[in-house]
Design a protein around this ligand. Sequence first.
Ligand code: PAF
Length: 299
Amino acid sequence: MKISLVGAGAIGNLWAGALAKQGHQLHLWRRQPGNTYTLNWQDVHSSREDTFCFDSNQPEQLANSDVIFITVKAFQVADAVTTLLPWLSADTPVIIMHNGMGTEDEVLSLLPDNPVLYATTAQAAFRPDPHSVRHTGNGPTYLGGVNPAGLACSGLAELLHTALPPCHWQTDIHEPQWQKLAINCAINPLTAIHQCRNGELSETRYADELTAVCHEVSAVMTAAGYPIDTVTLRQQVMAVIEATAANYSSMQQDVAHQRPTEIDAITGFLIRQANHFQIATPANTRLWQHIKDLEQHYD
Ligand code: PAF
């Protein structure tokens, strides 16, 4: 397939290399100028390395794509989609993958005719430099449509599954999105504030705060139609903390490099939903405020 990928961050590069290894023709649409982009793709488990030279920033390739895959951060999604509009044909499926939630309404108004799909992944990647990516952890990816045309594209789950298994088709993509958001609400702000690896959050000094966050998240998820109790969510958070103990979270990395974080799409989305359902979220609001303060004091 001819695939245009927008957003060459760690996760974007991970998928670009994995899809190219399956023989698909990848074209990268990047903010940085240049007609080509070289990527060194490393698999930490097999120690295998592949080098790719992708075409980049070529509008005619964008127009001829069979599928568009957008992996920018949540706060960049609307701008990214807007820059594609002059070249995008209305029948090209658009897959959007980012941490957090809350971009869907704007995307659907920008793309009223295209099949629109969202994906969420537990695959982990690390970008040691702008031309390298390391696949550092395996986990499931979920894909689902958010409009009728998108819901008719279940075959695209197979495309992702062959590249980086497993990928499951989801008739309600909001369910795995909420589950991922719940984990991110617990792990991302705390690791960013304390500048620690995920594993450090298993220390007893974080236990009460993690429980308070999980309690609020479970109340909001339940009100939104995705019921989960605090104990189950707390256990799921601990399982991810242990499984990713050696990793730095994406928000820890953003704060360490003084980049804008995804706090508004993660904890901010939770707080907006909580306000809608009139649920108090003091623990999450404190974390949200702390990250906003950190962002405001970047050099
Ligand atoms: O954002 C991240 O870093 C990841 O989603 C997670 C699950 C917190 C693991 O680091």
